[in-house]
Design a protein around this ligand. Structure first.
Ligand SMILES: CC(C)(COP(=O)(O)OP(=O)(O)OC[C@H]1O[C@@H](n2cnc3c(N)ncnc32)[C@H](O)[C@@H]1OP(=O)(O)O)[C@@H](O)C(=O)NCCC(=O)NCCS
Length: 171
């Protein structure tokens, strides 16, 4: 299969925060942000694979900044690495200042999607060819994140997670 670049899957969704989507502190409810990220990431995985994709795991979410009511929120998702049937999707969340347009990074997350056929059976996806320094950095770290996710899911033995072990062996 011909490799694809992250920019071919990049998906940008901008929306605002409404009162029904906030918690008691008038900030965006975490589950609402997870859903927005899942939607953007699903579209990105679909653009990379041109297949039906399902969320296999949510590997990392960092809610670094609260997102206040009325904020303009942009969710950007792109495939950061592709394997045989699975894809890691990196998601960045930005808040936009409505007066000067300045964007502040609020959150990020990493999801894993699997491409499936009409019967739900995993099916092959194209490889990913990173281009920018950030894309290359995310690509390089992806294998250990996959191994960690598989170990936590009980689908890989810790002693088989060679990339992950190497991380802890570094001085
Ligand atoms: C995701 C799903 C298709 C994986 O099925 P499976 O029988 O485990 O399939 P496999 O073991 O062949 O794994 C398929 C790929 O997913 C990867 N994978 C499976 N579980 C994973 C996990 N927890 N973390 C990271 N990758 C995972 C495997 O490593 C494999 O990747 P590769 O082919 O690129 O090497 C299946 O579990 C499923 O359909 N889950 C429900 C998905 C869903 O409904 N999501 C929405 C939740 S509401």
């Amino acid at each position: 299969m011909t490799p694809k670049t992250p920019s071919e899957s990049r998906t940008t969704m901008t929306d605002m925060v409404l009162p029904s989507e906030t918690n008691a502190l008038q900030n965006l409810f975490g589950g609402e942000l997870l859903a927005r990220m899942d939607r953007a990431a699903s579209i990105a995985a679909g653009r990379h694979s041109r297949r039906i994709t399902v969320t296999a795991s949510v590997n990392h979410v960092a809610f670094n900044l609260a997102v206040p009511l009325g904020s303009v929120v942009t969710v950007e998702a792109a495939v950061s690495r592709a394997y045989t049937t699975s894809m890691e999707v990196y998601i960045d969340v930005w808040i936009e200042d409505r007066y000067n347009g300045k964007r502040t990074k609020a959150n990020e997350a990493i999801y894993t999607f699997v491409a499936v056929d009409e019967t739900g059976k995993p099916t092959e996806v194209p490889p990913l060819q990173p281009e920018t320094d950030l894309e290359k950095e995310r690509y390089a770290g992806a294998l250990r994140r996959k191994q960690l996710s598989l170990v936590l899911a009980g689908k890989m033995k810790p002693n088989e997670a060679t990339e992950l072990k190497a991380l802890f062996m570094q001085g």
